[in-house]
Design a protein around this ligand. Sequence first.
Ligand code: ALA
Length: 514
Amino acid sequence: MASKYFSKKSVAQIQNESEKSELKRSLSALNLVSLGIGCIIGTGIFVMTGQAAAQFAGPAIVMSFLMTGLCCAFVALCYAELASMLPVSGSAYSYAYASLGEIVAWFMGWLLLLEYGIAGSTVAVGWSGYVVSFLKDFHIMIPPEWTAATGMHLINVPGEGWLQLTDDLVHELASKRIVAATLPAVTAIFNLPAALGLLVVTTLLVLGVKESATVNNVIVFIKVSVVLLFIGFGIFYINPENWHPFIPTFVPDTSSSLFGHPLGYYGWGTFGWMGILRGASYIFFAYVGFEAVSTAAQEAKNPKRDLPIGIIGSLAVCTILYILVSLVLTGLVKYTTLNVSAPIAMAVDAIGLPWLAFLVKVGAICGLSSVMLVLMYGQTRIFYTMSKDGLLPPMFSKIHSRFQTPYVNTILVGIVSAIVAGMTPIEDLGNLVNLGTLMAFTIICFTVIYLRIKEPTFARPFRVPFPKVTPVLGMLSCLLLIAPLWETFVTLIPYFGLGFLIYFGYGQWHSKQR
Ligand code: ALA
């Protein structure tokens, strides 16, 4: 009885679908590495690094990056084995369908909605921060109440502009003899640039604009150049004093508590070793996307060899860049000042290099636009595949007669992501994405172990080294990073419930496989 929920696509069927693909095989190993970098470098490094340093880890955010990089390396090896074995698009969802069965595949698809759809909203919020800052350089001011998540309190700090009102900010102003209550304040209504950005991306996707390999290469070039410029110039302005203390400890100062809790306290994991773990869990977002390479399986010239190169290569490049950026960033300014919406540009401004700040903003805006496009594209294609399999209604695979794109699906995803981006703070969005992705990664590592036992003889052009250890370490490190997200997990229980309701109410009755 239960077995029907675990019906599987056979590996032969998956390979058959792959061979029937009409897509042109044009991507080389280098194109695949570039595709990976195109999706990886984004809001995580341009925005969240600063926030995580200011709130959780201080300069030791570098250690958080190392930790998360290691976790992703285990997972990347597992992904590489599956991608070389089952070179189909649709990534983790398809792998689950071929190995663990339909209900797990459905659950995976539901998790990927967090990884791709909500990640699209998260990147849009990061993008909005840089757009607002960029426009301000040209004296174009968007009313502040339309630049942040619904309900967020903002105050206008002389010389710095509109900042989120926090206890720390009030305290910092007080130390400069400025009383926060006397400054102009507003409550935000909606993050309009973020929502508009997503709607533009949605329109492009409906019209069938898909990032070509060449456009991707150009954008990756711009993005990586800006990051290298930041590292190359920044290194000469580092003040090693900013790295002390490297692992700050939180000392509650209840005497100066402002809103009923000690200043600078961000809950469990505020600084210290636990702060490094919480920071690692938060900046995990910066790594999200390395497995997007696997979605290009049907367009790779030599998928069995090049997919592993693409996945592992892009992850390696980004890990090195992230570690250098976080070292330089926390060396340029005191970590406590980094809790702003465009921290890298702010740090460069602070050391007196406005031209570099300008370039950073341009690079971030271009780079984040392409990440949004890739993530939203990925989301619509996952829904498309699920609908083709009968697990979602046919409207999700309805193709526009002229543009040849799944337009209903794209418009729906676009509108929902835009509303979510306009109303939700980046921290909450990031936590949702991280939790969903880490859960998906845990299943991926488990799938490798499962298939090694169930299909030991199947051809694996890329094999995970130390197969008894690597996937287990992958699962354990994902679970470790999930631990700080337990509150987000609790808030997601209704979401998971809804997912199963849709599967039992719709999916199981319409599944083509069954
Ligand atoms: N890793 C991507 C980013 O940081 C999703 O924006």
